[in-house]
Design a protein around this ligand. Structure first.
Ligand code: GAR
Length: 221
């Protein structure tokens, strides 16, 4: 029997419930998935996702940003923990702290984020409310490489969902979230599998189903 190929060691950074983290953990339970979730790190010790991670046998660390004098100080503490655990890739999954260029540059090409909108539309907060206020008919989610600008960076995968007449921010957000749980494992699999190349603002996907694997089309719920 040949040895299993090595899997990339991933840290998932969370601040809250961690449903995207859970979708990554579920994907990584498949031994053929090219990444393992080696660590879940939160800036909020009370984040419910930490308990979920522990229930799945994953090491967790909480680094309370309020106990650090500056953003840099907090990030140095995170960097030390990531290095101590041999982390190779970082997934931001509802991690609600702005990161400095110092930290981001240490993870260039190795840190990705999920955002609940079709970037470059609706960077920042309250994306579902803003989509409804604008009357757009399509909304969605994006996974992108992290660069110093907030919610900027080359896009790896997107999912589009319809905006329906009776939608509220909650119903629309739930439709988007279901697709987040599809595209985040997909994007991590592509990154950890070495299938992504960044060319300027664009991300090229190589290998099987390269043209379509990073696009999830609209589906009426
Ligand atoms: C998700 O909808 C994620 O896209 C969003 O926070 C939520 C976290 O939920 N992230 C951002 O808004 C970052 N700009 P989760 O904790 O259940 O994964």
């Amino acid at each position: 029997m040949s040895a299993a190929p090595s899997r990339r060691r991933v840290a998932v950074l969370i601040s809250g419930r961690g449903s995207n983290m859970t979708s990554l953990i579920a994907a990584a339970k498949d031994p053929s998935f090219p990444a393992e979730i080696a660590l879940v790190l939160s800036n909020r010790p009370e984040a419910p996702g930490l308990a979920t991670a522990r229930e799945n046998g994953i090491t967790t660390v909480a680094i309370d940003h309020k106990h650090h004098l500056s953003r840099e100080d907090f990030e140095r503490a995170m960097q030390e923990v990531l290095e101590a655990h041999g982390i190779e890739l970082v997934c931001l999954a509802g991690f609600m702290r702005i990161l400095t260029a110092w930290f981001v540059e240490r993870w260039t090409g190795r840190m990705i984020n999920i955002h609940p909108a079709l970037l470059p539309l609706y960077r920042g907060l309250h994306t579902h409310e803003r989509a409804l206020a604008d009357g757009v008919k399509l909304h969605g989610a994006s996974v992108h490489f992290v660069v110093p600008g907030m919610d900027e960076g080359p896009i790896i995968a997107q999912a589009a969902v319809p905006v329906l007449d009776g939608d509220t921010a909650d119903t629309l957000g739930a439709r988007v979230l279901a697709q987040e749980h599809v595209i985040y494992p997909l994007a991590l699999g592509l990154l950890a599998g070495g299938r992504l190349t960044i060319e300027g603002a664009r991300v090229r996907v190589s290998g099987e189903a390269a043209q379509t694997s990073a696009l999830v089309a609209p589906q009426v719920a």
